[in-house]
Design a protein around this ligand. Structure first.
Ligand code: NDP
Length: 328
């Protein structure tokens, strides 16, 4: 019997629990590509899945982990052959399909993208779903015509994974970046990534007015709830807000005022089911538009057992930047 090391989530009457164990190759799910997983990462959703704090996992047993980078071992898919270096993020990986926190994964080849030239597997997962989502948000703002001459862009949840990559991307593209954080001690870190102004989290998290002073042309919001409402209220005429997260709550207690009186647009960002053309474009742009030195400064590396410790920590907002997981 062939086995591989993996984090496994089981559900019993006592609840859900995660542990590191040996997983039987025969228990892998259907797929036309088998990948030797080399790197993964810990995203906010992974924290929810591993700790069981939200119903992210919808099949048991489950190998969690929503994204990985690795080498194709076997393939019957026309696009992929053994030795190809591939990325998978989203598509239900770690939710409905056995995921990334194991040395082996068998998946649908249609979900994969090639690792962009010049990018290492470690860098791909230092970016991971969080960085990919930040890139989708930047692309959405740009599609809406938000350019550096229109004014600054605010990033909420700034010291987190999506926030950190978003700041580095926006700064490299020439935007003036305002970083909103609940960790003022991270000001030097955020300024090193490219932020030029820091706004305290509490300034945006308390209920505010339907319209506020026009402060930013664009926003990338990872927090949701009253924070997103205040971000909308402070957006300049004709500006746009890319909403991608719920770290502060899933609700949105806003009014129509920013939309009908200032022509502000709310742009939804989803990384999971993102179709292949924008998916591949985002990964290509991450290879060129993200400063690798800054990516390195925001990344900490752990091994597979460390996932069990990092999962609750990311939910508590104690992780700065990105965590990359060396598998195997
Ligand atoms: P992180 O935990 O790394 O970052 C979240 C940040 O939000 C924290 O670092 C903290 O930043 C801030 N924060 C945490 N709790 C609160 C709170 N209660 N109120 C206000 N701010 C808070 O997570 P990620 O960056 O990986 O993900 C961020 C969000 O984006 C998550 O909600 C995640 O589910 C979502 N997401 C969505 C995707 C999509 O496809 N739409 C894909 C990836 C992520 P600070 O300390 O600086 O204030």
């Amino acid at each position: 019997m062939a086995t591989f090391r993996a984090v496994r989530i089981d559900k019993t009457d006592a609840g859900q629990s995660a542990r590191l164990t040996d997983f039987d190759d025969n228990d892998l799910m259907d797929g036309d590509v088998t990948v030797r997983v080399e790197w993964s990462t810990v995203n906010y959703k992974d924290g929810l899945a591993v700790s069981g704090k939200a119903p992210v996992v919808r099949r048991f047993p489950m190998i969690p982990g929503i994204d990985f980078c690795g080498m194709v071992e076997t393939s019957t898919h026309p696009e992929w052959k053994p030795g190809d270096r591939v990325i998978l993020n989203g598509w239900g990986c770690g939710e409905t399909h056995l995921g990334a926190y194991g040395e082996k994964a068998r998946v649908n080849g249609d979900w994969l993208v090639p690792v962009p030239g010049g990018m290492t597997g470690r860098e791909a997962m230092a970016i991971g779903t969080a960085g990919f989502t930040a890139m989708l948000a930047v692309m959405a703002l740009q599609r809406h015509g938000i350019s550096p001459d229109r004014g600054p862009v605010i990033v909420t949840g700034a010291a987190g994974g999506v926030g950190s990559v978003a700041i580095a991307l926006l700064a490299k593209l020439g935007f003036r970046v305002i970083a909103s954080t609940g960790r003022p001690q991270e000001e030097p870190y955020l300024k090193n990534l490219g932020a030029s102004e820091i706004v305290e989290r509490k300034e945006l998290s308390a209920p505010g007015k339907p319209l506020a002073r026009e402060r930013w042309a664009g926003a990338i919001d990872t927090v949701g709830s009253t924070t997103l409402a205040n971000v909308l209220a402070g957006t300049r005429y004709g500006g746009a807000v890319a909403a991608c997260g719920l770290a502060g709550g899933m609700d949105l207690p806003t009014t129509v005022a920013p939309f009908i009186l200032r022509g502000v647009s709310l742009l939804g960002i989803d990384s999971v089911m993102c179709p292949q053309p924008p998916r591949r474009e985002a990964w290509k742009r991450l290879a060129t538009d993200l400063d690798r030195g800054k990516l390195q400064t925001m990344t900490n590396e752990i091994q597979l057992p460390g996932v069990l410790v990092a999962a609750p920590a990311i939910l508590d907002g104690r992780i700065r930047g990105r965590i990359v997981v060396k598998i195997g």
